[in-house]
Design a protein around this ligand. Sequence first.
Ligand code: PHE
Length: 373
Amino acid sequence: MTYTVPKLKDFSANALRKATDDARFAFKDEDREVSSEAEWKLFRDRWLARKNGILTQINEMWLKAAPKEAKREVGQRVNELKQFIDGEFARNHDWVVAADKLASGLQPVDITLPGIQRPIGAEHPIIKTMNDMVAVFRNLGYSVEEGPVIETDYYNFESLNFPPNHPARDMQDTLFIANQESKPLRERLLLRTHTSPVQIRTMEKMKPPLRIVIPGKVHRNDPPDASHSPMFHQIEGLAVDTNITFGDLKGTLDHAMKAFFGSSVKTSFRPSFFPFTEPSAEMLVSCFICGGSGLRGSQGCRTCKLSGWIEILGCGMVDPNVFEFVKHNGYDPRKVSGFAFGMGPDRIALLKYGVDDLQLFFQNDVRFLRQFA
Ligand code: PHE
């Protein structure tokens, strides 16, 4: 049903409108059938070719054949039709070319355009700090373990020797998952307040000897400020074997701090308390900014608050009560001993890079993050 230009006998306004409308509809019908560039070229030539194209025929058969008094009207109508068809060809061409290239598996590409630059991301300073610290322990033969951020009361507290209602639970302002009251206490869900639950989880699935590091996210109900965030990170460590002593704890951590901060740092231990370690300690490193002097030139060192020491982690010998919870898997507290430690890489990154506001790490402003790339 291809369109052929009819001869006009009647040149009245109505007859003209009908004739030009028919041509338009015919054009649209043919346009819809076009699906490749080759077809599009045939279609274009059929309508626009100077020699015998449809518009040329219309010119001949309608305009030239029109009686004198109708010429003006016919001329106007034919012109409108011509403009419409020219416009349609101009508008449609890109689509046809694109569709055609897609069909042949080629994307339409304008190689003269400048390329789109995709900036390459970089390790976040906290993630970098964590990776660097984990690498130190991997070199000591530790393997990496992870655990869930949504924990049960059992793993976060009970199995770590926090008795129910013990004030030690208040030490860690816990964010609880809502509507858990109908469950027994130990099954209630919360956001883990430390990475220590992964100690138990790992001892449940792996027999001693064990040497693991546990990097991860933790949460506490602390309002955000320059040194606090409700979400932060920890790196936990656990070593269990026969005859592990406090000397092993000190030697391992002293080596790790020298590997991480530089061989000139010293470590110092002072007594502390955690329900899951006994004895417990806090470990400090000599200030890696002022070299432990507490002074920068004639001024006091701000990083260590003039003390020459920076608190880095909590640690201790695994409490025998903790081993009781995993005794069935080879952790008889009379046969094995171990040490554990937990540190905050966010604070370490803050000190190491001289950043004065913890929030900057979590606001994801590229102007800040770019400086570490
Ligand atoms: N889990 C303790 C805390 O978050 C840190 C710690 C880990 C202390 C392991 C001792 C041993 O404060």
